[in-house]
Ligand binder design. Sequence first.
Ligand code: ADP
Length: 192
Amino acid sequence: MIIILFGPPGAGKGTQAEKLVDKYNLKQLSTGDMLREAITRGSELGEKAKSIMDRGELVSDEIILSMIREKLEKRDSNGFIFDGFPRNLEQAKALDEILHDLRLRLDLVVEIVVKDDVLISRIENRARESKKARSDDNAQVLKNRLNVYHQSTEMIKPYYLEKKKLVKIDGMRSIEKVSGDIEGHLLDIIKQ
Ligand code: ADP
């Protein structure tokens, strides 16, 4: 099973991905986490990505796609859940090609819908809790991340709508209600 969790920064993609990983034995592929790990390791890729991430802009498609291909080629899971990828139409189309090459199929794209003002207060809270704080969690960078989301990432929606893969859920409810809805859609797919 291959699922994409789609939504703006702070929508709760990571939280929901973790729940699904445990329950359905999926492997989470979060490009944001992969990049942060590369920064912590001090790798060349991490060096390149850091300043881009700290501005809230998108890291190059080339870097992102090679990371994703490498993970999928391992074939070490019978299911994957993407979180934070694809982030523009080029990445979405490239993912289709990679999946096609590897004889894999995308099952579902779940859009977690959250309004901008709710996102802003969530991320302000995260910035205050020192444990989860990230260097890109500040008001100016967040504004930029939201702009990038509305200008580039949302452009993917018509692409998946046309393929009849996209479902929308209201992300402004409790974590349990949101995960309940996502699981409902997953069970529909498993039954098919
Ligand atoms: P959020 O969902 O809160 O914006 P992420 O952890 O997904 O956070 O991403 C943090 C940053 O990492 C992004 O602002 C961007 O710079 C970079 N990044 C993550 N995924 C991608 C991607 N698929 N393409 C380009 N850049 C990415």
